[in-house]
Write a protein that binds this ligand. Structure first.
Ligand SMILES: [Zn+2]
Length: 401
């Protein structure tokens, strides 16, 4: 059974008005509540630990909304946490309540064709005005191609990608589906496969930032999700990492080389290690029983090196490793970049990929022929939406409580 509650708040429908603002760099959720005289106890101290942890996910610069009535009293506040979940603060019986709810967004398939005069980055930026779109393209080819030497003036590129829109504006990082770039008239391709990984035209996985599995031979007991409906607690939650169930004391290894930036206890995480890697990546290892001797903040560790041992410290139901990957603070699915042994698709998997590829190639060629001009999206709505949706979730052992 699915329940949809659709609440569209148009500024014109009520005698209320919507205020848009961006989250200040360095501002904490508690400071925000204080600034607006919102009740700290109801909106923070009375929340369970998971919801309290969510309030730490608000990122600087994110677009927020506030609905005020005639008397300038705050009626509702929406604070996005990622591209799928947001905090909703709303007035009820003279006071306020807190909930985490899904973000309504629409996803559009977009196309970019452009000629390159100097660099692909500059060409995409000039055509779209979006550093994010340019960044996604450059990152996809970064480890396989060298743009510096081999681009000739007049080379072409095509990218097919998905962009999310919220309130008529693009938001969150675009997802690259497929791309082609000519370098000295030779074409190079990249495709997003159904397994969430990128492959080239020979069905070889494109090596990017790759992580080792942090616990060897462990079973995954809980997957990454930016939002899920908890049927027992009856509310929306997020799990911003992957849980590996393993025996207490099992060694935990650094998933990538980098510098340890945190190595101590931290609230619900229990004993926690954070490692900073190249390109703005960070990994986190939580609920640890103990740290390995000689592991401390500031130390440089190598990929595969033992750093700690599996435990159940902090908020945890049993021994497991809670493993997170962040890029510039944003939680991303670590399984997308955890190394697997097969880097070349074979058999059935290859056949399915080639079918997918043929489909993308057809579209890429069409846009090359037509030199499809980039269409800038127009702002088409000016409302905030709130909705709830029932979604079952399995409860398993060895996860965060
Ligand atoms: Zn976890």
């Amino acid at each position: 059974m699915r329940i949809f509650i659709f609440l569209a708040i148009a500024a014109t429908l009520f005698a209320s008005h919507v205020e848009r603002f961006r989250w200040f760099n360095g501002e904490t959720y508690l400071q925000f509540l204080e600034k607006h005289s919102l009740p700290l106890r109801r909106l923070y101290y009375n929340l369970d630990k998971d919801d309290q942890r969510l309030t730490e996910e608000i990122r600087a610069g994110v677009h927020c909304q506030m609905l005020r009535d005639d008397n300038n009293t705050i009626e509702q506040v929406l604070l996005p946490l990622n591209d799928e979940l947001q905090i909703h603060i709303y007035q009820d019986d003279e006071s306020y309540s807190f909930e985490a709810i899904p973000i309504i967004s629409s996803t559009k398939n977009e196309v970019l064709y452009t000629q390159i005069n100097s660099s692909p980055n500059y060409a995409i930026l000039k055509a779209t005005g979006s550093q994010k779109v340019a960044g996604v393209f450059v990152a996809a080819f970064k480890h396989s191609l060298n743009f510096k030497n081999d681009i000739r003036k007049g080379d072409e590129l095509v990218m097919l990608y998905k962009q999310k829109y919220r309130l008529g504006r693009p938001f969150s990082m675009p997802t690259l589906d497929a791309a082609m770039i000519e370098m000295g008239k030779k074409k190079h391709f990249i495709y997003l496969n159904d397994d969430g990984r990128y492959y080239d035209e020979r069905a070889h996985e494109v090596e990017g930032f790759l992580l080792a599995r942090p616990v060897r031979g462990a079973r995954i007991s809980s997957y990454f999700t930016k939002r899920r409906w908890h049927p027992i607690l009856h509310k929306w939650k997020a799990h911003l990492g992957v849980d590996y169930a393993a025996r207490r004391g099992t060694p935990v290894v650094a998933a990538g080389s980098g510098r340890i930036t945190y190595c101590a206890r931290m609230g619900t995480y229990g004993n926690l290690i954070k490692i900073r890697h190249n390109d703005g990546y960070e990994t986190r290892y939580a609920h640890l029983k103990s740290f390995r001797r000689g592991i401390y903040r500031g130390k440089y560790v190598k990929k595969g090196q033992t750093i700690a041992y599996v435990g159940s410290t902090g908020r945890s139901t049993g021994p497991h490793l809670h493993f997170e990957l962040r890029k510039r603070g944003r939680a991303i699915n670590p399984l997308r970049v955890v190394q697997v042994t097969t880097k070349k698709l074979k058999g059935k998997a290859k056949k399915a990929f080639l079918k997918l590829k043929a489909n993308y190639d057809e579209r890429i060629n069409l846009h090359l022929q037509n030199k499809t001009p980039y269409k800038r999206a127009t702002h088409f709505e000016d409302m905030c939406y709130i909705y709830l949706l029932d979604d079952p979730m399995e409860q398993k052992d060895g996860q965060d409580r």
